[in-house]
Design a protein around this ligand. Structure first.
Ligand code: ACO
Length: 279
């Protein structure tokens, strides 16, 4: 599928991976109104592109994302028309949370450098986060007199514990990739020089699994966080039944057949052999 050109975003594709790259390196990939519009559009492209099985969100240059563009987004809003403000705010929320939260394919945040403030929303919205050891994270809002707004505070308490969320949000202290893993903000950390290869490895591992099972599983894990036990049980039963119907590869039957009849694999130790790779 042909890829569109954007002002503030770059798309690269290969080996089943769609790389969605914030592309304002000279501004450390701070999120301008135009970047929000571009990201919201680009994400739709990757969601429906059959060549893309896993999406990686990352930044050009030495930064993942330096948060909202303080000049264009915050100061700009003081003079922008209400219509423009509304449009940019909607795009900002749409790509950083709504579209990522419901993205139909696995999403990986590859944190290659600075990650500040509003960048925590897409970071937390991605299914996985891999960080460079050298990455610098910070809830820097307090440093210039605001609080982690949008939905950043809400995002942070879902990945960090309460004490750490309060500490990092009120001090603005930075932390590196290793600490990000300790805090639950990232899954793994690697030296920057290995980060891309490790990201590709994770993407390929995910591509080997049944796409329907991976998608329904991540949706289930996300949804049950906000349910009580009886709701979760009911939802998971219904979701499991739905999976049987949407899985074009009929993974459940095939998985049972290969284990019970063919004895060709052990589900505890690896996955069944898929007949076709596309979802
Ligand atoms: N908003 C607007 N411009 C920015 C931002 C930002 N968030 N981040 C960087 N820039 C701009 C700088 O103003 C500078 O522009 P200029 O070249 O026109 O002067 C350019 O990007 C490069 O920035 P430097 O500060 O020179 O780069 P350096 O590598 O030394 O530092 C760093 C990078 C640490 C990211 C620094 O720019 C910074 O602290 N940025 C702000 C980070 C932040 O607090 N973000 C949260 C914003 S609030 C929110 O998201 C809700």
């Amino acid at each position: 599928m042909a890829t569109k050109e954007y002002q503030c975003v770059k798309i690269e594709k290969g080996e089943g991976i769609g790389w969605l790259i914030l592309n304002r390196p000279e501004k450390r990939n701070a999120m301008s109104p135009q970047l929000h519009l571009d990201m919201a559009d680009a994400m739709e492209e990757l969601a429906t592109d059959p060549e893309v099985q896993v999406m990686v969100v990352t930044g050009a240059g030495k930064s993942f994302c330096a948060g909202q563009d303080i000049q264009l987004t915050f100061r700009g809003r003081e003079t922008a028309s209400p219509a423009d403000t509304r449009k940019h705010r909607a795009a900002s929320k749409a790509w950083r949370w709504d579209k990522l939260d419901t993205f139909p394919k696995p999403t990986i945040a590859m944190v290659n450098g600075f990650c500040f403030g509003g960048a925590f929303t897409p970071l937390c919205a991605c299914d996985y986060a891999l960080a460079a050891d050298e990455a610098i994270f910070g809830l820097s809002e307090v440093n210039w007199g605001i609080l982690p707004g949008g939905i950043v505070s809400w995002n942070v308490v879902q990945v960090m514990n309460y004490r750490n969320a309060i500490y990092y949000a009120t001090t603005g202290d930075t932390f590196d990739g290793k600490k990000a893993v300790e805090l639950g903000v990232a899954n793994f950390h690697y030296p920057l020089a290995q980060l891309r290869d490790e990201t590709i490895k994770l993407a390929k591992k995910l591509m080997e699994k049944s796409p329907a099972a991976v998608r329904y599983t991540k949706e289930a894990i996300r949804a049950v966080r906000f349910m009580n036990e009886p709701q979760a049980e009911d939802y998971l039963n219904a979701k499991s039944d739905a999976l049987k119907h949407v899985d074009k590869e009929n993974g459940r039957q095939e998985g049972m057949r290969q284990f019970l009849d063919e004895k060709s694999y052990r589900p505890g130790l690896g996955h069944f052999k898929r007949k076709k790779k596309e979802a």
